[in-house]
Write a protein that binds this ligand. Structure first.
Ligand SMILES: *Cc1c(COP(=O)(O)O)cnc(C)c1O
Length: 387
């Protein structure tokens, strides 16, 4: 093979994702103490920016940890002991939220959807009608493991007619896909720093609506210390956090949010959607079968053609093109391991990165013996991106 054309390193996995240079530089600033006016100012700015990003007039809490920490905090703080949780899963992450309630011994009504499909609203409505003692619902907006988007707006509408609090995993949705926390009536919206937020891993975020705040006032949730959202909410009102925050990440997130505001959130959504569309069209032109019947715009997954080995293919993409892409995962109710690969469209990604990913993928599929006319993917993507 001739020398590869790509020689920059690119992280094109659906988390962690690339971080803009301005954010990296901000995080390199000398450490400051967090119990100071200076930190309070930075934290206040971050909190206001997060509320705008979440499209809520309510608070968004910033919790040290990964997305899982923030989601576990919402799950344990908002469930009423002695009631049931309706847990919707169609992939690895939905199954994780089921595992967490299992760990705490919370009784569940599970809706398990075939991997690659979105949950049917009728099934959610039926479960809510059948069990009047459901106090929380968990759902994943963009199931990253299967590259699938669900109708969170529809589920929020159903939840709002009941006493159940809806906790949405927005970890690859907020800042990538249109999500309207207040307008849709989402009670608790969670995300993490290393996917669409353009930050390294280490911060989780929980937005709380009025019903969720009321719930925190009327129940102790499940016994917990660090993850008790009542502590975080109380501190938040004083522009503060209960425990030592990752100051560098807080600073960096502020700068990343300013980049989003400079571009405009709607424009970020539109760019993400365009890059996803270009990728789907290019994959289709190469004859690849999509991993999802209800594709998310933040990540695209496709099945490997027969005869292509996941390990060898992704190693070739990495070694020959400096590019990290993701493989498939395996869970309780599905198995995409070795069968699909996934490419990111969230955050600090542009058309150049997307075209580079398609060049690498097409080159290595051809090298693996797949019959594709050279240039097919790039021409197809170009048709979308130039239009
Ligand atoms: C990455 C991811 C998670 C887990 O987040 P961590 O930061 O790894 O804990 C949960 N849900 C979705 C949809 C994700 O993409």
């Amino acid at each position: 093979m001739s020398a590869p054309l790509l020689f920059k390193n690119r992280v094109m996995t659906p988390g962690p994702t690339d971080v803009p240079p301005e954010v990296l530089l901000e995080m390199a600033k000398p450490i400051i103490h967090h119990r100071t006016k200076e930190f309070q100012g930075i934290f206040q700015e971050l909190s206001e920016g997060l509320s705008r990003l979440f499209r809520t007039s309510g608070p968004v809490l910033s919790i040290a940890g990964s997305g899982t920490t923030a989601f576990e905090a919402a799950q344990t703080s908002l469930v009423k002991p002695g009631t049931k949780a309706l847990t919707i899963a169609g992939g690895k992450f939905g199954e994780r939220w089921q595992d967490i309630y299992e760990t705490y011994g919370v009784e569940q009504v599970q809706i398990n959807v075939e991997w690659g499909k979105a949950v049917d609203l009728g099934a959610v409505e039926a479960a809510l009608n059948e069990h009047s003692d459901i106090s929380v619902i968990t759902v994943v907006h963009s199931e990253t493991s299967t590259a699938t988007a669900s109708d969170v707006k529809g589920i929020a509408e159903l939840a709002s007619k009941t006493d159940a609090i809806l906790i949405v995993d927005g970890i690859t949705a907020v800042g990538a896909l249109p999500v309207e926390m207040d307008a849709w009536g989402i009670d608790a919206l969670v995300t993490g720093s290393q996917k669409s937020m353009m930050l390294p891993p280490g911060l989780g975020f929980v937005g709380l609506g009025e019903r969720a705040i009321a719930r925190l006032g009327e129940t102790d949730g499940i016994a917990n210390y660090n993850l008790d959202l009542r502590k975080w909410l109380k501190s938040h009102a004083n522009k503060d956090v209960p425990f030592t925050p990752p100051v560098g990440l807080v600073r960096g997130q502020n700068v990343a949010l300013k980049i989003v505001e400079r571009v405009g959130l709607e424009n970020v959504w539109a760019r993400t959607a365009k890059l996803a569309e270009a990728t789907r069209v290019a994959f289709g032109a190469m004859g690849l079968k999509p991993a999802s019947e209800s594709p998310s715009d933040s990540v695209t997954g496709a099945y490997y053609p027969d005869g292509v080995s996941d390990g060898a293919f992704r190693a070739a993409v990495r070694d020959n093109h400096g590019m990290a892409i993701a493989g498939g995962q395996v869970g309780r109710n599905g198995d995409f391991k070795g069968k699909v690969f996934r490419v990111n469209h969230m955050g600090y990604v542009d058309a150049g990165d997307t075209l580079a990913s398609l060049l690498a993928i097409e080159t290595e599929l051809i090298a693996a013996g797949v019959e594709i006319e050279a240039g097919t993917a790039l021409a197809a993507a170009g048709g979308v991106l130039c239009g």
